[in-house]
Design a binder for this molecule. Sequence first.
Ligand code: F0G
Length: 465
Amino acid sequence: MPPSTTSEKASEPSLPQATFRFRCIGCSSITESAAQDFRCFQCGNLLEITDSSWNSRNPAALKSLWRERRTLNESLDLSGVWRFRELLPAPQSAEQVVTLREGNTPLYELPQSSRTTGVARLFAKHQGMNPTGSFKDAGMTVAATFARQAGYRWVACASTGNTSASMAAYAARGGMRSLVLVPEGKISWSKLSQSLDYGALTCQLRTDFDGCLRLLQDLVKRAPVYQLNSINPFRLEGQKTLAFELLEQLEWQPPDHIIVPGGNLGNSSAIGKALLEMLNLGLISRLPKLSVIQAEGANALVRTLREAAGKHLVSVQAETRATAIRIGNPASWEKAVRVLQATGGACEQVGELEIAQAKAEIGAEGIGCEPASAVTLAGLKKLLRQGFVKPDETVVLVLTGNLLKDPDFTMEFHRGDLFRNTAHQAESATLNPFRHPPIVLDATLDAVIRALEQAEKSDPPYSNI
Ligand code: F0G
């Protein structure tokens, strides 16, 4: 544990001093500023943010300060991200901060999934309960703050829908304009409609997510726009707070496993960074294993580890109905490999039917999530079968997006259309017990009572009742 040199009090100035630097994850060189592409000047690898002051904090004092802030009404304290500002890069002043009261998301027990999986202590950290409905808000409040502080008029991102919704909202709140690049026809209408309402210039490009991201990389070299993809290390700093808040909710007792979906791999990198920083500082005494789950059709990290031992990226042509993670060339793969190795986590893939069933099961818990988030429960089942997770261990699934993010998927699932005319059509009959299609009836009392009696006879396979 590092020496406790700094004492923390609620009355200290509202922001710590800005002492952070950028460090290259490849050659470790340290710089005071970053180029537009957030890559190392020397070797071209990705940058991360580091701050020597983070190591000199007093862990016990931090825990009580953070808890005390939950009772305060200052804008920074109401944010579940800025509440943890001692371990974040500090902006120049509190007035710069662009916040929508993100974070403060619930940690739910999953009683039904506990019963079916046999894992008695099973939790879901629901990041879909953020202001724009996904975990992206935790990172966006930090990155949008630094974009505004740097005086940018335009911010931009490539997205599978959630980053763009979040970016557009925070840009609007921060008085900036936003440019969204999304793959045409490959993101949910629900997410697209958010960025329209928040006033973004929304471009649907005839390519996939990876094509959008490539174009953005070229754009930021030519136009004065600030890149808000998770290559931007300020995003990952904000996303660290998921782990701080989770540990606080668990009374600082680390779970054995944290399971996250993997797409562009920013979130797993951020959570891993937070876990290592918490261990280093003495906020926790041991590391949970952080495992990443991908869709079989978008399994670049799985293949990178299996076929290249994590040494170089194995890209794939991505295809999955979990469109949020339909990514074949993940930008932060190297950061993710490092945190998997540091925490001893696993990397697995799950199929489309497994994702659909897990999503229905999480829905039947009364909380719901979007398809990409459901890979966590499907992945847990697989890791249990492999013996990597044991039933007597404590497991946290990170649910990254809200159920309302992808209503088309949900409707098609319940109507039985999700796998129509696909290779999974025959096999998808196994999902029938999980479907609850709407029924059309004559508007008579008799018809409704008959429907009720019919439903009473058929036991739902999965419910909390
Ligand atoms: N879950 C959801 C709901 C997502 O939207 C994403 C990524 C992920 C998981 C994967 O997280 O990329 O950090 O590994 N969505 C991005 C977007 C790519 O543009 O909204 P990751």
